[in-house]
Design a binder for this molecule. Sequence first.
Ligand code: NSS
Length: 428
Amino acid sequence: MHIGDILNDKCVDTIVSVRGWVYRSRESGRLIFTVIRDSTGIVQVVVEKGVVSSEEFELAKRATIESSIEVEGKCSKEPKAVTGYEIHATKIRIYQIAENFPITKDKSDEFLLDIRHLWLRSREMTAIMKMRDTILDSIRDFMREKDYHEVDPPMFVGGMVEGGSTLFEVPYFGEKAYLTQSSQFYLEAFMFSLESVYTISPSFRAEKSRTRRHVTEFSHYEAEAAWVQNQQMMDLEEELIVFIAQRLLSSNKEELEVVKRDLNKVKAIEKPFYRYRYEKVIDIGRQKGLQLSDMADLGEKEERAITEDFDKPMFVYNFPTQLKPFYHRQDPEDPSHVLNHDLLAPEGYGEVIGGGERIWDKDELISRMKSDNLNPEDYQWYVDLRSYGSVPHSGFGLGVDRLLTWLAGLDHINKAIPFPRTIRRLKP
Ligand code: NSS
């Protein structure tokens, strides 16, 4: 049985048995009040001398924080207990008496990262991981509903997608391999078979910048679909984000409260999102006092200023061609711009999605590569895809960790990831 069953009022006046870890404990004469936690919540246990054996009572007395424990006893309502219920123990088994637990109140973020293998047990991290689980689950439900197929691209790859400066190189039997920056090119290959595909896989970027939203390994949810245009892809993403936000509100109210999220901010995520051309967003930035050139690349600082006062997400579409990687399709009506989009989250969070239409004509792709000083031979198979029945298509990549950071209102991406990897952190 789980503590959650007790808290859902399913066990009053029955004999229950729960297993978990000591959350806190205090002794008061013939009584020991031990609060136990499991994955579903916390509940108070009363251990009374004479009701349990004297060995059991002594064991319960020695049960330090995080000791693993099993308790049997009668469950009752108790308004004075921490979660309103109490188990009056009749049997106690201790699996292990824990050593002195190193995490006490008010530890620094850095310390909690050093000790993340233990901090995972905190109420906060447990809540965050449950919300992560909801997000992953809702992505899969949504995509199934839309007839997208989940696929598994490789993580060891032979080339770059998003620029050479963030490539991780790994030795590969005398050859050079890289950790994938994005599975987009592979999704494009799958698309010729399955038409609409997606993956939730890690992507790796040797990010040297230390911002609140960059890690070196992130969970990348990418999708690709045949016959779809840029604005249609935005429609899908809009629907998706609203779906995830709604699911989070209905499944994780308690967890959102644990992280002190203002629920109104999540409720405000409704269609339609703002949709502005790149130039309009540059204007908004200038009105906020940012010094932006006509071709400014929007980074963390700029996006934070631009989105700070927004109540809803904002699509920025049709960036100048020279700001974006070679694979983006130019607008046939205006080749100085590409048919792409970023989705910026409000409240200063900024970019969570990047996507758009891909060049599907072979010669156009080769000529764009050349003008970006890339050798088409290095992308032989990617170009080859365009030789056999090429079709218009679009896709996007969404940073799952960034999405969770925003939806849960966290102040740093590190808090959204169980074991975050940054330029300075490889352990635990
Ligand atoms: O570089 S992206 O903007 N776009 C791509 O990788 C495309 N090839 C995706 C595609 O169309 N299939 O990254 C997409 C998203 C971006 O909006 C962020 O939310 C996330 O991936 N992202 C990151 N999250 C955390 N840390 C880092 N370093 C990071 N880089 C990108």
